[in-house]
Design a protein around this ligand. Sequence first.
Ligand code: ATP
Length: 319
Amino acid sequence: ITKLGILTSGGDAPGMNPAIRGVTRYALDKGIAVEGILRGYEGLLRQESILLDQRSVGEIIHRGGTMLRTARCEAFIHEDAQRQAVDFLRSKEIEALIVVGGDGSMKGAQCLSRLGMPTITIPGTIDNDMPGTEYTLGFDTAVNTVLQSVNKIRDTAYSHERVAVVEVMGRHAGFIALHAGMASGAEAVLVPEHDVSLEELCNRLYESHQHRKLSSIVIVAEGAMSGSDVVSYIKEHTYLEPSLTVLGYVQRGGAPTALDAILAGLFAQKAVDCLCQGTVNVVIGLLQNRLVATPYTETDRMHFSIDDNMYNLLHQLGK
Ligand code: ATP
C-alpha cells in the first residue's frame, strides 16, 4: 500500500486527534502517504481533502474534537453516494480508508468495503456502544468529565440537603452513566439496559433520607429517560427537593485523558499494521486488554452491554 485516507465521522470524541496523529506518523514512517478527508463522509462527497505530513498533525495530541472536522451525512446511506465516494478516493490514489467514528460510521465504512474500497474502523465515540471492543476512544475522557462535574454538584447537594439529578449522554447505552455513577458514588443510576421504576427510586431516596442521608446523587442516562421527568416525579411523590443538571456538550469536549490518548496511539498502530498485512474490513478494538481486529461481518454477535455486577454494586454501595 502506498497511500491511505483517514476521516473522522459522527459525533466528535476526545481521542480522535491523537488517532489522526498516530495513523499519520506511523504510516509515514512506513513510507505510506496519508490523505486526510475533511468532514467525514460529507467531505468524501464534496471532495474535500488535504495531504498530511508529520507537521500537519503537530500540537493536536492534547486537543479534544477533531482537526479533520466531522459531520453526519444522511445522503451517505444511498449506494450512489457511496460509489461517488469510492470514485473520489480512487482519483486520489487512496488504496484504503481508515474511519474513526461510532457505530453508524462503521456501517458507512462497511458499505465502502462492499464496493471494493478496503476500510478499517477505529472506534471513536464517547458512548462506548460499539461492537468488537470494550473501550471506544473518548469514553474515558467523558466519564472523567462527568465525574468532575458530579463532584462539584455534590458540594451543593450536600450543603442544601438536596437530591441532585444529573442527566448524562450515552445515546442508547448506559455506559457513561454507570461508570461515572460508580466513580462518583452516586446513590442510583437510571440506564436503558435496566427497567426503570421511578417509584422504586423514590422509595430508595426516601429510605436513605430516613437513615440520615440528607443528600443524594442520581445519574440518568439520556437513553433511559429525561432528567426533567425524573425531577418532576420526585417532586410530585416525595417531600425531597430535587435539582436538575443536564450536562450536555461539556461531555464531548476537552483534552483526552491519558487512557484515551494512549489507546488512540495503539489503535492507530494496529490499524496501519492491519492494512500492511492485508487484514482489512475490520474494526479495531480492545478485548480483555488485548488489541484485536474483528471483521465487520462478525461484529453482529460482538455487542457488549454494561456490567451488571457494577450496576448492582453501585446500588449496594450507595445506601
Ligand atoms: P456517535 O456514536 O458519536 O453518534 P456514529 O458514527 O454512530 O457516532 P452516526 O450519526 O450514527 O454517528 O453515523 C455517522 C455517519 O455515518 C452518518 O451521518 C452517515 O453518513 C454514516 N452512516 C450511518 N449509518 C449508515 C448506514 N447504515 N449506511 C451507510 N452510512 C451510514
